[in-house]
Ligand binder design. Structure first.
Ligand SMILES: *[C@@H]1O[C@H](CO)[C@@H](O)[C@H](O)[C@H]1NC(C)=O
Ligand SMILES: *[C@@H]1O[C@H](CO)[C@@H](O)[C@H](O)[C@H]1NC(C)=O
Length: 358
């Protein structure tokens, strides 16, 4: 028994050593943890050529003028192996990249990083709209109009512009033209610009964090069924007259989804609704936002479905500016008190403690 005990404690110690070495090797190789950190959003621009030759940190350089690993963004995504276990940073040189890009679910842990402090300079742009015919002769639909579609888990992006250059005419049919569609279970966007007209950002499914982003459009320009926190973002309306900022889709009070805007500024043109009820239980909250006088005084729309007045959760909390005047708001929208607003005010709304280390 004693021998057995000794033996097994040696075995345990040996296994422990193997584990320690494995962990160290793993970290040396830059294995991705199941979280997103600031490090994932950073590329040392001085070290690009060094990292190219050593390849310890996985960086794929995109330069449309040559000299990188790929001339296109999709080319770089294609270089990432399926089921990769390590963070791969795709560094995109300034330039206009005219292409549609798809980042599949089979490739988690991908970062798109543009040149530091130059949000506009790496632009990924295309011009599909929902009424365009696809390869099978059918209309593309909103989903497939996206210039960039991301299904990848733990995806993050910074200092990149996502654009759909279709200019939607007000009330035009089939003009949905998505710049960025996000289906990632978890994803973060920091200082990115998302530019379009109708349905600019299809924040479709998953749990997402948008920090200091600029989102530009006319109608429902932030739409989808995701659970997302938009913090310190700039929401810019380019509507001529009628427009809407957010259209959140939720069919049941059991779905823990919603769009929460915190500390955002709302500027631009037109007369825009803060939100429209897409689905019976649409949920949109603006807290501590600064609203210019471009908000339709009624504030919110039930999308011509009177029943939704009872079930949609549309609320404002401590907003400022000319557009924040609630005197003429539809009476079924809410002015939240602190206790009501609290669950939506920070990263706990998006379970950030589980997947963000910032
Ligand atoms: C980038 O911007 C930050 C904050 O605005 C600033 O502190 C930093 O010095 C800038 N870096 C470069 C390389 O310009
Ligand atoms: C939304 O509410 C209407 C009216 O109560 C109901 O008829 C409809 O089935 C609901 N839709 C969904 C998807 O639950």
């Amino acid at each position: 028994m004693l021998m057995m005990g000794l033996l097994s404690s040696r075995v345990v110690f040996f296994l422990f050593l193997v584990f320690v070495i494995w962990v160290q090797v793993d970290f040396a190789e830059g294995s991705a943890g199941n979280y997103i950190s600031w490090e994932d959003l950073r590329v040392n621009e001085q070290m690009l050529s060094f990292e190219k030759s050593h390849n310890e940190v996985r960086i794929i350089v995109v330069n449309q003028n040559g000299g990188g690993h790929s001339k296109t963004v999709q080319g770089a995504v294609d270089m990432v192996p399926n089921n990769n276990k390590h963070r791969v940073k795709i560094y995109i040189y300034p330039g206009i990249y005219r292409e549609k890009v798809y980042v599949p679910a089979s490739k988690p842990y991908i970062s798109f990083v543009g040149k530091r402090n130059q949000t506009a300079s790496a632009v990924i742009t295309w011009n599909s709209k929902s009424s365009d015919k696809g390869a099978n002769g059918q209309a593309l639909g909103t989903y497939d109009s996206a210039t960039v579609g991301v299904d990848s888990d733990y995806f993050c992006a910074t200092e990149v512009t996502f654009e759909n250059s279709v200019i939607a005419s007000a009330g035009g049919k089939g003009m949905q033209a998505v710049a960025l569609r996000v289906n990632s279970p978890r994803a973060m966007f920091y200082r990115v610009r998302i530019k379009g007209a109708q349905d600019t950002l299809l924040d479709n499914t998953g749990t997402h964090y948008f920090l200091k982003c600029r989102i530009i459009g006319k109608v429902d320009f932030i739409c989808g069924s995701a659970k997302s926190l938009y913090e310190n973002c700039r929401l810019q309306s380019v509507a001529e007259n009628y427009g809407a900022i957010a259209a959140h889709h939720r069919n049941s009070p059991k779905e823990e989804t919603g769009f929460s805007f915190v500390g955002c500024s709302i500027r631009g043109t037109g007369s825009v609704y803060l939100g429209r009820a897409w689905g019976n239980y649409s949920r949109i909250i603006y807290s501590k936002c600064n609203m210019d006088g471009i908000i339709n005084p009624e504030g919110w729309s039930e999308w011509n479905r009177p029943d939704r007045k009872k079930t949609a959760v549309f609320a404002e909390y401590e907003c400022k500016g000319k557009g924040a005047d609630r005197r003429y708001r539809v009476p079924w929208s809410k002015s939240f008190c602190y206790e009501e607003a609290r669950p939506f005010l920070d990263k706990s709304f998006i379970d950030g403690e589980q997947w963000l280390r910032l």
